[in-house]
Design a binder for this molecule. Structure first.
Ligand code: ARG
Length: 269
């Protein structure tokens, strides 16, 4: 899984507004450092054998480096994100890229944070709601992309996207999550999946530990979470830890910077 990723670049990455609790307009990213941080993430994906597609960032879109929010893709279908007003200007660029690359593109009828609130795990979709995604999107995603949806609600704006609170380490087998980030029914739903669950502390989760990309072999993640990194290594996966200091000023980490283009389709029955 996750062998083809759509990324942008950090050329226009800035903090122009505050739409999550990690963003402070008085704390701007260092331009050169942000660009090299992003380049190092992309280089790590390539080294792990992942195919990279690019959409160039636009000057009027300071958050465009976070491509995960653009859509959720499966097979030849993409459901576009419906982000907060501050990020609406990004959509036409992603829509154009997806159409030019032969995806059948659907618009979201309700607020939807794209892959930020939608973690594919085989035929299951761990889907967030209550922050940037309207729960009514779950039925839309289930129908459009053929997923069985597992709804998960995060408890505060600190977890404004589900991919800060939960991570798929090995599809169908291992998840990592921060228990304090989810409400009780959501914790029960996760527990009920019968998978191995790695618990991550609030401290590591707020350093975007869970905002990782895994293909089941290599886990690409932030350097700020040694305990999660160790737990993943113990399970026999390779871990690549990267600096995400500048991206963190926008409230994101490794996973936010890539949109998966090849989530597996259901096995033919
Ligand atoms: N500044 C961006 C926002 O608030 C960060 C997005 C991070 N994306 C993610 N998938 N968590 O929209």
């Amino acid at each position: 899984m996750n062998k083809a990723l759509l990324v942008s670049d950090a050329a226009h990455f800035r903090v122009d507004y505050e739409i999550n609790p990690y963003m402070h307009t008085e704390v701007q990213p260092d331009h050169a450092a942000a660009v090299s941080e992003h380049e190092a993430i992309v280089a790590a994906h390539r080294a792990a054998g992942r195919r990279i597609e690019y959409v160039a960032s636009a000057p009027e879109c300071p958050d465009m480096v976070f491509t995960a929010n653009a859509a959720l893709v499966r097979g030849d279908r993409a459901v576009l994100g419906a982000p907060p007003p501050e990020r609406k200007a990004e959509l036409p660029y992603f829509q154009e890229w997806l159409i030019n690359n032969d995806f059948d593109v659907l618009e979201a009828p309700y607020p939807f944070s794209g892959q930020g609130d939608a973690l594919a795990c085989g035929d299951l979709l761990l889907a967030g709601y209550g922050q940037r995604t309207d729960r009514r999107m779950h039925a839309v995603l289930g129908r459009a992309l053929g997923y069985e949806v597992v709804p998960l609600q995060t408890v505060s704006h600190r977890w404004y996207d589900l991919d800060l609170a939960v991570a798929v380490v090995e599809p169908g087998r291992t998840l990592a999550y921060c228990p304090q980030a989810l409400d009780e029914p959501s914790r029960r739903r996760l527990g009920g999946l019968g998978m191995d669950l790695i618990e991550v502390s609030v401290e590591e989760a707020t350093r975007f530990a869970l905002n990782l990309i895994s293909d089941g072999v290599t886990v690409t993640m932030t350097r700020g979470a040694p305990r999660l990194a160790a737990a993943v290594r113990e399970r026999g996966l390779r871990v690549v830890e990267l600096d995400t200091t500048e991206l963190a000023k926008g409230g994101g980490g490794v996973r936010c910077t890539a949109l998966t283009l090849d989530n597996p389709l259901p096995a033919a029955s």
